[in-house]
Design a protein around this ligand. Structure first.
Ligand SMILES: CC(C)(COP(=O)(O)OP(=O)(O)OC[C@H]1O[C@@H](n2cnc3c(N)ncnc32)[C@H](O)[C@@H]1OP(=O)(O)O)[C@@H](O)C(=O)NCCC(=O)NCCS
Length: 176
């Protein structure tokens, strides 16, 4: 059993989150993403992105990290829906678990805690998108009883990826 704790991300976490994001993203999409996207989405770009989000006081944006022995080994973020296909549902926007900490219940815990925060922000349902070809993630969301409601193409410009949308019409189904 692996001990981990979940907490809200803070401004000083931006670089550690950026490194985790780049490492896990590149492992996950190595054979799926176009080489230009793979190269462009580097630590500096992700740092700028997370640094900006962590300084945002948007009540609807929640960013959580999982820590093991003081190191960030997982993160998740959720907020307002960004695509019309999500409807009025909260959008789970990111979920990344360090390669060495997968299958230890951390993804499921972050998903549950972030759904709970979105519920407190007024959302009754949740949804997210998975890039086509990311089969482990699809298996994970199906194991959490997600239902496919459609597809969309990311507007880009870095990667016009094809995405499958999973939804939970009762947000309580994600909360354990
Ligand atoms: C997908 C991801 C978030 C899952 O997080 P995790 O912490 O590894 O998953 P959990 O340990 O919470 O898994 C809970 C259950 O989901 C299912 N599951 C998780 N990963 C699975 C996989 N690769 N294959 C099949 N089922 C899986 C299992 O039922 C698992 O329970 P079990 O381990 O007792 O069998 C994580 O593997 C990850 O970060 N992947 C790379 C990045 C990514 O694809 N993120 C999602 C983008 S949309």
């Amino acid at each position: 059993m692996t001990y981990f704790s979940i907490r809200r991300a803070e401004q000083h976490d931006a670089m550690e989150i950026a490194k985790l994001h780049v490492d896990v993203w590149r492992q996950t999409y190595r054979d799926i993403a176009p080489p230009a996207a793979y190269a462009a989405l580097d630590e500096q770009r992700r740092y700028d992105m997370w640094s900006g989000k962590l300084s945002d006081s948007d009540y609807h944006l929640h960013i959580l990290v999982a820590e093991n022995e003081g190191e960030i080994v997982g993160m998740g973020a959720a907020g307002r829906p960004s695509e019309s296909i999500f409807g009025p549902r909260a959008e789970i926007k990111h979920l990344y678990i360090h390669q060495g900490f997968k299958r230890r219940g951390i993804g499921r815990r972050i998903l549950s805690d972030i759904a709970s925060l979105m519920k407190d922000s007024g959302y009754n349902a949740a949804a997210l998108s998975v890039v086509k070809g990311n089969e482990p993630a699809e298996l994970f969301y199906r194991a959490q009883k997600g239902r496919v409601i459609g597809e969309f193409i990311d507007p880009g410009p870095i990667w016009r990826s094809q995405n499958i949308v999973y939804a939970w019409d009762d947000i309580n189904d994600l909360i354990s």
